[in-house]
Design a protein around this ligand. Structure first.
Ligand code: B12
Ligand code: SF4
Length: 454
């Protein structure tokens, strides 16, 4: 049985999508004929004059058919993509869907079903975990897979390969199209054992097609043990689980020999959720004299001691991207982030041990006032000597399953017709954008904004 996996814009173009690569790996292991199309990076490479649409600022353009049609002929894109997919004679087409690719993914599902009625269209990816409103379900999608996909997709493929009906299937973690509606089989109660997964099938992708020319994507862990108020990744991924250091190294050895690269970029929610394991990984790299380097997103924990950071650095840690978000004490406290003193400690120890320190920020958190923006600027001024790169500041977005969203009434959050949130006139889209611009400009003045996302 042939299965096609596809990714449509908007996705990151720096590296291949790990979600699709993991799904491809488990299906390939089951013996199915797999084809993977990254239409996202393909379009990015073809439409040179439209590349700004992959930037953070323009990402909203992908969230409505009109927005996309303003820049591309959507009809032509759908024709081209569906033709390529159907040439592979698939029984199943699986699409990786996020909040910003859902419009094109739905249109592609419609087009595919229109051309081939007996095709099974399956949606997976973070958007499927958020699905709630009846209007968001598409009758041309047969199954939505919520959360982690590796445990679920082989069961679905087996049913389809055995020509069994999927309409009444009750596989946990799925929402099934029954023909007259959608049956919710609840979220998957158990997570997969990440040490038993095949390595992500990156061989289906041409790494040269992506903008990052030095690194290979990898996951050291899944989940998170914290619960910041603006975050929805925790509900999707659950508590922190880390892979064995040996298992990670095995993947590094395999992929570095295939792709001829030795630098790895972790897509973990946070790379330093289990410091003991991270230290152990670094010690193996040191003891075995391996030349791998790695980096990823991290939490500014107070226990990132100078001694630990030195071991991590020696063991290949080339950069850490800290999600700082704000420099105002009351905002950090409300968010559930570490306090200012802990943050400075982590930045300082990482910086002094030679790890490149990147930082991520957020403007317009619901309770943020102008005085908090000033406090953040002051914090930036004082801690700039421990920051190599400011990297980025996002405007606060309130995802549906986040704790902020649950508290929206208490916080007086309202939504307008474009689904943008505001609190009276004190926190609106334009105020958030203005605060973002101010922080960017200030970071530029301090010499720590160097214009890119690491
Ligand atoms: C790394 C990352 C990036 C990188 C991209 C790197 C890359 N090329 O892949 C960068 C920084 C570029 C990025 C950008 C964006 N990102 Co991002 N990103 C992530 C992050 C942290 C990790 C993604 C990852 O690799 N996960 C690991 C893999 C294994 O998980 P996965 O992709 O979800 O796949 C699993 C399941 O979803 C499922 N699955 C996935 N595909 C399929 C397909 C099928 C058929 C099936 C059955 C199952 C299935 O099974 C997989 C394995 O378990 C996630 C948060 C997170 N941890 O998921 C956010 C996340 C995916 N990003 C998000 C967003 C919104 C964006 C942006 C659109 C932001 C913006 N406004 O611009 C941009 C889009 C791209 C752009 N503008 O360039 C959101 C999506 C929200 C949503 N609910 O859909 C997330 C979830 C963060 C969040 N909570 O807000 N991102
Ligand atoms: S923002 Fe980061 S540290 Fe906080 S809950 Fe989400 S993943 Fe965990």
């Amino acid at each position: 049985m042939n299965i096609v996996l596809a990714v449509v814009p908007l996705y990151g173009v720096d590296m291949p999508p790990l979600g699709a690569a993991y799904i491809a790996a488990v299906l390939e292991k089951e013996g199915y004929g797999i084809n993977v199309f990254c239409f996202n990076s393909e379009l990015y490479n073809q439409a040179r004059d439209k590349r700004f649409l992959w930037g953070w600022e323009a990402s909203g353009a992908w969230c409505s058919p009109e927005g996309i049609n303003r820049h591309f002929n959507v009809n032509d894109l759908l024709d081209k993509w569906s033709e390529k997919i159907l040439k592979c004679a698939p029984k199943i087409v699986g699409l990786s869907v996020n909040s910003h690719s859902r419009v094109l993914a739905n249109l592609l599902a419609d087009r595919l079903k229109n051309k081939k009625k007996d095709l099974y269209v399956i949606f997976g990816g973070p958007w499927c975990t958020e699905l709630a409103e009846p209007s968001e379900f598409n009758k041309n999608v047969d199954i939505y897979v919520r959360g982690e996909g590796e445990g679920v997709i082989p069961k679905i493929a087996k049913l389809i390969a055995g020509s069994e009906s999927i309409r009444d299937c009750s596989i946990e973690g799925t929402i099934v199209n029954t023909g007259v509606g959608f049956k919710d089989n609840r979220a998957n109660a158990s997570f997969v054992d990440i040490n038993k997964l095949p390595f992500p099938a990156l061989h289906f992708f041409d790494l040269n097609y992506y903008t990052n020319k030095t690194e290979i994507p990898i996951l050291f862990s899944r989940g998170c043990n914290y619960s910041c108020k603006f975050c929805t990744d925790k509900p999707m991924w659950g508590n922190y689980r880390t892979r064995n250091a040996e298992n990670i190294i095995e993947e590094m050895i395999k992929h570095s020999s295939i792709f001829n690269r030795t630098c790895f970029k972790s897509n973990d929610l946070l790379i330093n959720g289990d410091l003991k394991q991270l230290r152990y990984l670094s010690e193996i790299i040191i003891n075995e004299k391996l030349s791998f380097t790695w980096g990823g997103m991290a939490r500014a924990r107070s226990d990132m001691s100078g001694q630990l950071c030195a071991v991590l650095r020696k063991g290949g840690c080339s950069y850490l991207t800290y999600g700082i978000e704000s420099g105002a004490a009351r905002i950090l406290f409300h968010m559930g982030k570490p306090g200012k003193r802990d943050i400075v400690q982590a930045l300082k120890n990482s910086y002094k041990s030679g790890i490149k320190v990147n930082t991520l920020w957020m403007a317009g958190y619901p309770i943020e006032k102008w005085v908090d923006v000033l406090e953040t600027m002051l914090f930036l001024l004082r801690s700039r000597r421990y920051i190599h790169e400011f990297v980025a500041v996002s405007a606060c977005y309130i995802p549906r399953r986040s704790r902020l969203w649950q508290e929206r009434d208490k916080l007086r959050i309202e939504y307008d017709k474009n689904s943008d949130w505001h609190i009276g006139k004190s926190n609106t889209v334009s105020i958030r954008q203005l605060r973002r611009k101010i922080l960017f400009s200030f970071a530029r003045i301090l010499g720590i904004y160097k214009g890119g996302v690491q």
